[in-house]
Design a protein around this ligand. Sequence first.
Ligand code: ADP
Length: 487
Amino acid sequence: MLEQKLKDPSLLRSAGFIDGQWIQAPNGNTFEVLNPSTGEVIAKVADLGAQETKQAIAAAEVAYDHWKTIPAKQRSSILRRWYELVLENQEDLALIMTSEQGKVMSESRGEVIYGASYIEWFAEEAKRIYGDVLPSTSADRRSIVIKQPVGVVGAITPWNFPNAMITRKVAPALAAGCSIVLKPAAETPLSALALAELASRAGIPAGVFNVVVGKDSKSIGAELTSNPIVKKITFTGSTAVGKLLMEQSAKTIKKTSMELGGNAPVLVFEDADLDKAVTGALGAKFRNAGQTCICANRILVQDTIYDEFIKRFTNRVGEFVLGDGMADQTTMGPLITKKAVENVIALVNDAVEQGAKVCIGGKTDAQGDHFYQPTVIRDLTTSMRLAKEEVFGPVAPVFKFSTEKEAVAMANDTEFGLAAYMYTKDHSRIWRVGEALEYGMVGINETAISSEMIPFGGVKESGQGREGSKYGLEDYLEIKYLCLGDI
Ligand code: ADP
């Protein structure tokens, strides 16, 4: 039982959090949260819908009026307290995360720290929301720019990072002076609710941070995107749902920030440090069992080193220990749902039927129906689904290229543009290729590129807006121009 493992069982919440109150569904309906490793039901959570979303938005509107007037220094201290509480409860938050999401405990512990870093960062940035005094067109005028919060924010987050995807949105929103209504993924609501409990303990006032949990994401999303009180929608998830939310938000001209799908290439050139490239590609591919939007989706290797790269890479993949994320020896956990496994099977079958070869893995695993073995596939062509679609699973397709020009063309041949990586020691190439890649982020001889201090986000159909860094706050601020006449 998860509850018995926690030092503080009151972090395990199963109701929605609206206006500072824990709310059950009026009809008493709940939905089950499953442990993807064991299939065990770990919680039955209140199944809220459009009505409760409306209620949360109304509460957020009232709370906003007060929160926006609290001096930045005070908002900053409250956020700082929340950050400290998240760190103090790292182990419990990691246990909750591994239980509902499946990732290995070391990754969950890491994500709690990573998630907390956004709260710390934006607690500091709250004090650095500056305006401007502009040169004037005439002697009797002054032109001033001030920054103000956008207002009530609606946030929708996915299951792959049940903590960090929330703090990345909630922390900058609150730092800017906005209030927020969050709908976390139904697969992983418990991490979100634990964060809300800690936010409340930190002194974030009732109604400033609300969490609506529920299975009916369509209805909750429809309310968030149509309600005129909500001024901004921030979303992390699939491109298809992102497009839908943008469409729905257009009717009331809401601002939107979209962090959508990726199809990240890793370019490995013949002058690269091969072992570093293997290690980097391995981390970028198999972190969270391949379920991240910046996961290496296509590994592109120069023909002169193709066989050697595959040999070393496959050997390293053979060292993974697949299993329950709670077990100490496990280095890779299950996939989130059976549907996710079925998708991976279909992608691999499509490639094999067209002539690709499996170097290792390529199968489901006897440990349970959420497990798929870490897999390497070679001899791929660009007509295969693996060249175009986001895998979101532990399958590494290794493609071959012969020239730099070809590599860049292959890398850019996708509607996505989130993260790309390259391994090379040639400094001229670093600039040439770095500038030519149509991506929001490029890792050069490095694949662990994310932190609270950098602008995370994509171009093309991978989205708009940035999370983290000084730019991450701008997404929650409006620019207002004040014209002072008759001076
Ligand atoms: P993933 O493939 O990562 O599950 P989704 O885009 O389906 O990506 O889900 C991301 C988030 O969007 C989840 O919280 C999910 O519940 C929510 N979601 C899915 N469909 C809709 C929708 N039609 N309207 C609003 N939210 C949605």
